[in-house]
Design a protein around this ligand. Structure first.
Ligand SMILES: Nc1ncnc2c1ncn2[C@@H]1O[C@H](COP(=O)(O)OP(=O)(O)OP(=O)(O)O)[C@@H](O)[C@H]1O
Ligand SMILES: [Mg+2]
Length: 306
């Protein structure tokens, strides 16, 4: 069964895209069929797998922005499968076990699309907001629902550092939400804020969608599980193995308060060179990095369930 997970944090630069690329790549290496969906108009995830020229040549008018534009105001829109592409560089690492890494790419024009969706959604206090919410915020969920027959095991959605319409659309389309966070001062504060927004949004969304006349919606369909916080860019050193003492203090504090993954992603330049080489670091030369990502993926699969 296809499982959808969204990677969110309204804080920028915490490693959302890097986590999405590496977790997706490792899942595919294990033989899973994985679809990555880039929902950020800066398209960092897309550019982790394609050179800019190749995006233009190979993807052209098949980005998620084009899908939204073609969907217009009609329900689920065209078949999302027509917007899927398969980057070449990772193929050698993923096909051995029958896995696959596919992507729905993004492009700068998604920014304009998001703005138009905002206009279409309008003011929550206005009449017919419920209908518009159902149409606008659920559009991606509807599109992904049609994809369920394509045999993907996982869809991972990479969001912008915000909590705007596209991010919310991804959340309602998901079974699980992953929150990458850096173990820094104020991390607890940021994570608390984010989890509160998530809870409020799930509640509002259920109030808007839960009581549909036909009663076809159930809260568990509309409310993804909080899979947990994943510590990213964790600095090691400071005398012993493992995180620096100051990082460890934050990690311990967050662990007392929120569901947290045991596995973490360390700070390493290898993640950046991975982007340059169009090959996620999990496929690189550093065994310690691969081990960390594999442990993270073990936990991810057990948390999101079969
Ligand atoms: N574990 C890491 N070690 C070192 N550098 C990292 C790591 N994770 C991410 N980076 C680098 O930090 C920068 C931001 O990472 P990334 O794009 O994954 O964050 P993001 O949360 O998706 O950012 P945004 O909020 O802008 O979407 C990139 O240059 C990336 O290569
Ligand atoms: Mg990003």
């Amino acid at each position: 069964m296809m499982q959808v997970a969204t990677v969110v944090n309204s804080k920028g630069g915490v490693g959302k895209t890097t986590l999405t690329a590496n977790v997706g790549a490792e899942l595919a290496r294990r033989g899973r069929r994985v679809l990555l969906l880039d929902l950020d108009f800066q398209a960092s995830l897309t550019h982790s797998f394609y050179r800019p020229a190749d995006v233009e040549r190979q993807i052209d008018r098949r980005t998620v922005a084009d899908w939204y534009m073609a969907a217009g105001r009609r329900g689920a829109g065209p078949d999302l499968m027509r917007y899927v592409s398969w980057p070449q560089e990772v193929r050698a690492h993923t096909r051995r076990n029958g896995g696959e890494l596919a992507i729905v790419a993004s492009a700068p024009k998604l920014e304009g699309v998001a703005a138009r969706l905002g206009v279409e959604l309008g003011d929550p206090s206005s009449r017919r907001y419920q209908d518009r919410h159902r149409r606008v915020v659920m559009r991606l969920a509807d599109g992904l629902r049609l994809l369920r027959r394509e045999g993907f095991d996982y869809v991972l959605i990479d969001c912008r550092p915000d909590f705007e319409i596209l991010t919310r659309s991804a959340i309602v389309a998901s079974e699980g939400v992953l929150v990458p966070a850096q173990p820094e001062r104020l991390a607890t504060f940021g994570i608390r804020h984010l989890t509160e927004r998530l809870t409020d949004f799930k509640k509002n969304n259920f109030e808007i969608l839960g009581w549909s006349p036909s009663g076809e919606n159930r809260v568990e369909d509309l409310a993804p599980a909080f899979l947990g916080v994943v510590f990213t860019r964790v600095r090691h050193g400071g005398g012993g193995p493992g995180p620096t003492p100051s990082s460890q203090r934050v990690i311990d504090e967050v662990r007392r308060l929120f569901p947290t993954f045991t596995a973490m992603m360390r700070e390493s330049l290898d993640f950046q060179t991975g982007v340059d080489r169009l090959l996620p670091a999990v496929f690189g030369l550093r065994p310690d990095i691969a081990t960390e990502i594999r442990a993270l993926v073990d936990e991810f699969e057990s948390r999101i369930g079969p």
